[in-house]
Design a protein around this ligand. Sequence first.
Ligand code: GDP
Ligand code: MG
Length: 187
Amino acid sequence: MPAILRGKCIIVGDSGVGKSSVCQVFHSDGAHFPKNYTMNTAVEMMVKSVNIPDTQDSVEIFMYDSAGKEIFTESVMKFWDQPSMVVVVYDVTSETSFSSCVKWLERVRSHKPDVQMPGVLLANKIDLDQRRTVSPKAGKDLAMSHNLEYFECSAKEMQNVDTAFYYLANEFHKIYQERVLLFKSLS
Ligand code: GDP
Ligand code: MG
């Protein structure tokens, strides 16, 4: 029986790192990079379905794109209730956005610390190579120490954005399969 799973994925990170761009590029199959800077006021939701290789299953990712404003965070967290996946985005040309990642992650995880939640650390804007200040090694180290998977992308060049979401969909599916097995073993 093919299963259709639904999972909430929240996208966090400082303002301007490219959260909305990443969501829109993934959502539109890399056909659309938003030309204008749009400051979303609270949260926007987009759905995208991902097929899981070697199965008939698919995962519908409900992407919650948050605005990086602190003041929205509390109400937004209530609204999100329990996310299943998290994407922490930073801009490779901004040390500040990189140092904020831990804060964003802690905020998301503190909500339900006991729940298994696959997450990625997404280094965006790698097209701005000349201005890059956060090295791949720094990114990888941070990801590893916080149990995240590290990916680099450029929403602008529509490069490698999908990979991070495919990874999450597959991890989410694995957790589901483990639960099914556990359930079967108990019954
Ligand atoms: P958000 O505030 O995190 O949602 O960031 P936005 O998606 O609104 O993007 C902020 C700015 O960064 C916009 O001007 C985007 O066009 C730009 N931007 C987003 N992704 C990239 C990227 O990969 N490369 C470059 N050069 N600019 C980007
Ligand atoms: Mg935005």
